[in-house]
Design a protein around this ligand. Structure first.
Ligand SMILES: Nc1nc2c(ncn2[C@@H]2O[C@H](COP(=O)(O)OP(=O)(O)OP(=O)(O)O)[C@@H](O)[C@H]2O)c(=O)[nH]1
Ligand SMILES: [Mg+2]
Length: 228
């Protein structure tokens, strides 16, 4: 692990309204809220799980509402919490939660499936959703093409994705949440973002997640080619 040390991780599933008993971060530790968005089935849950739990989940189901994962890391001697909001890709599972996703967001990760061109073509609508929720234009955004381990099924060429990323001023990462060889790369993607946020928000204090109305259910450089 190059960029920071794991201190702890936390995973909760949030689907609607209530309070978070005992799960609040300690007061005043810096916390960065990063939302992960994209079509259903692109691998948002697997990517966030890979970063927070260090492995590919044995099985996943479509996310309902949002899965909330957190990992503490140390960057330049400072303990920071990275809070990942793994959002539902399916419209019917998003409706009631969308306003929570975008509140107090510090960074956005757009994900598409490299083996599914439709998920790539959906990206403008995800960008539009961010705009509609008045996300500040200086919020760091990155583009992630997932499932690069499925080499023979790739439908989204890197140069096409890179063009799109350039047009929208985002760095592009192609990776796999599944292939163990890419573990460090998933790590690098989120740690790059954390470093960026740390340097962009030097005075920011911690903010707990938006727990209101939520129920609990039990810099490496950007790359343009797959690390598989
Ligand atoms: N081969 C491969 N399969 C993957 C990868 N990432 C995810 N998958 C598979 O893709 C499917 C969908 O993954 P999820 O992480 O649940 O997708 P999601 O984007 O969270 O979907 P929603 O919750 O419905 O929005 C699952 O069957 C995963 O096992 C990857 O990097 N490589
Ligand atoms: Mg999911």
């Amino acid at each position: 692990m190059a960029a920071g040390d794991v201190e702890s991780s936390l995973e909760l599933s949030l689907t609607g309204s209530g309070a978070l008993p005992g799960a609040l971060p300690p007061a005043r530790s810096r916390i960065f809220k990063i939302i992960v968005i994209g079509d259903s089935n692109v691998g948002k849950t697997c990517l966030t799980y890979r970063f927070c739990a260090g492995r590919f989940p044995q099985r996943t189901e479509a996310t309902i509402g949002v899965d909330f994962r957190e990992r503490a890391v140390t960057i330049d001697g400072e303990r920071i919490k990275i809070q990942l909001w793994d959002t539902a890709g399916q419209e019917r599972f998003r409706k009631s939660m969308v306003q929570h996703y975008y509140r107090n967001v510090h960074a956005v990760v757009f994900v598409y499936d490299m083996t599914n061109i439709a998920s790539f073509h959906s990206l403008p609508s995800w960008i539009e959703e961010c705009k509609q929720h008045l996300l500040a234009s200086d919020i760091p955004r990155i583009l992630v093409g997932n499932k690069c381990d499925l080499r023979s099924a790739i439908q989204v060429p890197t140069d096409l994705a890179q063009k799109f990323a350039d047009t929208h001023s985002m760095p592009l990462f192609e990776t796999s949440a599944k292939n163990p060889n890419d573990n460090d790369h998933v790590e690098a993607i989120f740690m790059t973002l954390a470093h960026k946020l740390k340097s962009h928000k030097p005075l920011m204090l911690s903010q707990p997640p938006d727990h209101d109305e939520i129920h609990i259910k039990p810099e490496p450089k950007p790359i343009t080619s797959c690390w598989c």
